[in-house]
Design a protein around this ligand. Structure first.
Ligand code: 2HA
Ligand code: ZN
Length: 267
């Protein structure tokens, strides 16, 4: 089987290039993973890594960036910079890639836990992306770090933000990266929200394709950029809750329960 011809590989390479071109992947920052639709049962395992397998993933195949690899190098040499693994109950088996003997991304636990949780919510889920989106990270230094306030600020700064992020943007306080605990905390937030900001670090996003997951980051990042441009200026006009409710009505969107103030109906 010619692995390079699998559509997910070009999706993976294009996404790595895009994230790098946005400036969100300094050095080896950021990582991507995609669940594959292909049956790769004919490939023999090259090596195995013991890790916990969250529910619903056993027997699935996953493409993920390698540990320490630079996203910018993925498109010109996928076989060195990413790997395809079979997910087993007690670990992941490398089937292709990571030619130099390196392991999967240090954020493997977060990727596996997020895939498991999102598949439960949406059977069409396939992609998890982690990037160091600059303005979202900057915002976490100057904005309260709770899901509702963070979301409300983003929604209020870009008309279409609520359309694409109706479940809101979740936020985790600063935690050490690359740990099981952070991975599980991220996935816990992903039960309700497809996108989770890691304070002072970056963002995790999920979707049915890499483009879908990246699109969510682009929307939140644009709103965060506007926040940083205007939050110190006198505000003369707003997208207030009643305008946000109008958008939801027109677009047939249900915003996250309790996030907007619903005006009291007249007696
Ligand atoms: O892959 O971004 O969080 C490097 C990182 C770790
Ligand atoms: Zn990171």
């Amino acid at each position: 089987m010619d692995i390079l011809k699998i559509p997910a590989i070009s999706e993976f390479c294009r996404t790595a290039e895009l994230i790098h071109s946005r400036g969100w992947a300094e050095r080896n920052g950021g990582n991507i993973s995609l669940l594959l639709d292909e049956d790769l049962g004919s490939l023999a395992p090259i090596r195995k890594l013991p890790v916990g397998c969250p529910g619903g993933l056993e027997g699935r195949y996953i493409a993920i960036t390698g540990s320490g690899k630079y996203l910018r190098n993925v498109p010109r040499d996928p076989e060195s910079n990413m790997g395809i693994f079979r997910i087993c109950r007690d670990g992941v088996e490398l089937l292709w890639g990571l030619k130099d003997g390196s392991g999967p991304s240090s954020e493997l636990a977060a990727h596996l836990n997020c895939h498991s949780v999102r598949l439960n919510v949406d059977p069409a889920h396939r992609a998890v992306i982690h990037t160091h989106a600059t303005n979202l990270v900057a915002m976490t230094f100057v904005h309260p770090l709770n899901d509702r306030d963070f979301t409300r600020t983003l929604w209020s700064l870009l008309t279409e933000c609520i359309m694409f992020l109706p479940d809101g943007v979740a936020v985790l306080p600063w935690m050490p990266c690359g740990t099981e605990e952070t991975g599980r905390a991220t996935a816990e937030k992903m039960k309700e929200s497809r996108i989770v900001v890691w304070a002072h670090h970056g963002v995790f996003s999920s979707g049915t394709s890499a483009e879908d997951a990246l699109g969510l980051i682009e929307v939140a990042e644009k709103a965060a950029e506007i926040f940083l441009k205007i939050s110190h200026l006198p505000i003369l006009s707003k997208i207030d809750d009643s305008r946000l409710l109008d958008i939801c009505k027109v677009m047939n969107i249900v915003p996250r329960n309790g996030y907007l103030s619903i005006p009291e109906s007249p007696e």
